[in-house]
Design a protein around this ligand. Sequence first.
Ligand code: HEC
Ligand code: HEC
Length: 386
Amino acid sequence: MNAKRLSTRLAALLVVGLMASACENEDPFPTFDELDKLRQLHTMPQRPPVDPTNRFADDVRAASLGNRLFHNPKLSSCGTVSCASCHDGAGRTVATAKADGCNGGVTGRNPPTILNVDYLRWFMWDGRADRLWNQAILPLTSPVEMDSNATIVRAQLNATYMGEYTELFTKTPDETEDDELLANFGKLIQAYERTVNLVRSPFDEDVKRFIVAVEEGREKEDPSYLALKTYFRKGQCIVCHQGVTMSDNLFHNIGVKDSGAGAPGQTDAVEPMLNWKFNAAGPYSDNRNGQDAARLSGVRSTLAEKRAEMEGAYKTPTLRNVTLTAPYMHTGELNTLAEVIDFYDKGGDEDGTFHGKKTETIKKLNLEPEEKEALVKLLESMTGTP
Ligand code: HEC
Ligand code: HEC
C-alpha cells in the first residue's frame, strides 16, 4: 500500500471511529430534562386558562348567545358569510388553502382551527390580536371576510337578541356606542369559542405510558420510543411544539414560501397590535392593569432587539387535532402530514422564496424513512377523540 492510499484509509477509519463514538456518547433518551418536557406534553386541562380581560368569558348565557352570533350570516354585509363559514366541520376550518368571504373576497392566509383556541396566547398567524375577544372584531370587519360594522351588528342584535344582550350588558344595543358594541360582540364570541375544545387524544395516553416505561427502565421496548425520540432529537420539533398545546406561543421564521402582501409576518403586525384600542390594555378591556396588559409592555420593551427575528415569522400552531385541519402552514401550501415532514426534512423552502431569514433550528434533518413514518403517526395520534 503506497503512502497516499494508507493515509486515506487511516482518515476513513478515523471518520468511522468518530461517528461510532458520537453514537456511543449520545445520552440515552430521554434525559432528565427531556423527561420533564415529556411530562408537560400530555393531558390538557378541561378548560382554557381564565381571561380576566373579558368578564363574560365563562358566562354560559354569553356562550349561548355567542354560539348563535358565530353561526349568523346576517352579521355580514353580504348576508351570506358567518364565522362558521370558515370555521366549521370537525376541524373547525376549511379544507382549502384560502377561504372565500363577502363580495368575492379571498383570505390572504389559511384559516387555523378554532378548536382549543383559547389555550393559546396570541391569535392570528402573525399575532395581531392579543385576546380572543378582540380577534373576533378582525374577521367581522375585514372587507374580504364579513365586511361588517357596528351598524349591521346593532341591527341584528336589536332584531333578534335584544333581551339577552340587554340583560348581560345592562344597556340596549342602541345605548352602546360603536366600538363598545364591537368589543361586546367579541366577548360573546369568545365565551362560545372557549367551549369548542377537543382535548383528549391517543397521544396523551401514549406519552403517559412511555413515561411509566422510562421509570421502569424499559423505554426502548415502548411502541412510541422512535417517534418521541425523533420528535425531541433529530427532528427538534420539541424546541417549538412544546407544552400541552404543542406550541411555545412564540413566532418563528421556518422558511415557508410566501410572496404575498402578508409575507413579512409578525413584523407588520406587532406595532398595530400594541397600539390597538381593543387590546388588553385598552379602554374596552375588563382588566386593563392585569398581566395581559403587562405582557404588552414587555413586548414593546424588547421590540428593537427582536425586530430581525420577527421578519417572516409566524406563530407556532398547535399540533392538536392536526389530522382534521389540512392543508398546512399559514399559506396552506402543504396538503398532507407526510409533506410537512418532508418540508422539515429538507430544512424548509429555499432561501429567497420567503421574507426574512430562517431560524437556525430549521436545517436539513436527514431523517430515515422509518423516522418520517413514526413522526407522521405521532402527529396523527394528537387528534382528539370526542
Ligand atoms: C372568509 C373566511 C373567514 C371568516 C368568515 C372568519 N374567519 Fe377566522 N380566520 C380566517 C383566516 C384566513 C384566519 C387566519 C388569518 C391570519 O392569521 O392572517 C382566521 C383566524 C381566526 C382565528 C385565530 C386562530 C389562531 O390560532 O390564531 C380565530 C379565533 C378565528 N379566525 C375566529 C373567527 C371568528 C370568531 C369569526 C367570525 C367573527 C371568523 N373567524 C370569521 C378565516 C375566516
Ligand atoms: C423553530 C420552530 C419550529 C420547529 C423546530 C418545528 N416547528 Fe412546526 N411549525 C412552526 C411554525 C412557526 C409553524 C407555522 C409556520 C408557517 O406557517 O409559516 C409550524 C407549522 C407546523 C405544522 C403545520 C400545522 C398547521 O396547522 O398548519 C406542523 C404539522 C408542524 N409544524 C410539525 C412540526 C414537526 C413534526 C416538527 C419537527 C420535525 C416541527 N414542526 C418543527 C415552528 C416549528
